[in-house]
Design a protein around this ligand. Structure first.
Ligand SMILES: [Zn+2]
Length: 329
């Protein structure tokens, strides 16, 4: 589209054979929009204007380089107005159940978005949301589906609405309430670009360490204790801060711990009763058992928090004495 070799729009030259049928079948919805982009591009007055459009296409699709801030994404508002409207209209048509992804010719050859989401979830063995670790993802047994989140907002950045490197499975709460329309590369208050995790990177270390800091074992009142959230690899501290901000991690994690800590505590008491009192095994075995519980926490709802809670309880120097003196049954 942008190589300046064609003076008139040509299906045969510009459209990959895989897409010819779709475009022919939905002329009004797609073909007319492609022609409008082609004409708008060729009518741009300067080479610089054309270069901005080309850069937007190349840079915005390189999400990993935007995530580590080696490249800055280009917004719709930075494109010449005469072409930004046409590009937005086309890309708006691509994503969504009632848009091109829901059209019969696409569904018949590629399946529905729900089927794609389910395959993706199954292959990657995701049971809980990979962004918060709190809620289960909906699966084939549920009505509806969870969301593929547009990591870079499709409303703000051109050319990325159907790039699968920009689409991530996410629970409804993360997608619709916490992240929603927040802009990952920039927070609302500053124009300084910030780093963020690129979840499909093979090199990234996502591990997060959580530490509960409280003088009291009772965590019901979330104002009375602190939660430390650290990136296991300190070079990802900036990414972690963006993740915390965008997904409102601290507030959500503290609220969930406060809500569940009583039942989690009772679970530990019960385990102590079974291991140490009923089966007469020593305290060290109980301790090891508790710390082992959520070692592989990623696929358990709230597992990341229960792991931190168990560590908090066991770390208390009075833990053994408290458990021995407590009658829970
Ligand atoms: Zn989530």
């Amino acid at each position: 589209m942008f190589d300046n070799t064609q003076t008139t729009y040509s299906h045969a030259y510009l459209i990959h054979p895989d897409f010819q049928n779709i475009i022919n079948a939905y002329k009004n919805q797609i073909d007319d929009k492609l022609i409008a982009i082609f004409n708008a591009y060729n009518n741009l007055p300067t080479l610089q204007d054309k270069q901005v459009v080309k850069n937007a296409y190349l840079i915005n699709n390189d999400i990993e380089s935007i995530a580590d801030i080696t490249k800055a994404p280009i917004k719709y508002s930075q494109l010449p107005i005469s072409i930004s409207t046409q590009i937005k209209s086309f890309y708006d048509e691509l994503w969504g159940d009632n848009k091109i992804l829901g059209y019969s010719i696409v569904v018949n050859s590629c399946g529905t978005v729900k089927q794609h989401f389910e395959s993706f979830r199954e292959i990657n063995e995701y049971l809980v949301c990979p962004f918060c670790g709190l809620d289960s993802l909906l699966c084939e047994h549920d009505d509806g589906r969870d969301d593929y989140d547009h990591y870079l907002l499709k409303s703000k950045y051109p050319f990325i609405s159907i790039n699968f490197n920009n689409l991530f499975p996410m629970c409804h709460r993360c997608n619709s309430k916490n992240k929603n329309q927040k802009d990952l590369p920039y927070n609302d208050l500053t124009t300084i670009q910030r780093k963020f995790y690129y979840p499909y990177s093979k090199e990234i270390n996502h591990t997060i360490n959580l530490t509960i800091l409280s003088p009291d074992i009772d965590l019901k009142d979330s104002a009375k204790w602190k939660l430390e959230v650290n990136a296991a690899n300190p070079s990802y501290e900036d990414c972690k801060e963006t993740w915390k901000d965008v997904f409102e991690i601290e507030t959500r994690y503290k609220a969930t711990i406060s809500k569940h800590s009583k039942s989690w505590k009772e679970r530990i008491f019960l385990k102590h009763y079974k291991i140490c009192k009923k089966n007469q095994r020593n305290y060290a075995e109980f301790e090891e058992d508790v710390l082992d519980d959520f070692k592989d926490y990623l696929n358990i709802s709230n597992g990341i928090l229960m792991k931190a809670y168990n560590e908090f309880v066991i770390k208390d120097p009075n833990c053994e004495a408290n458990l021995n003196s407590t009658m829970v049954f």
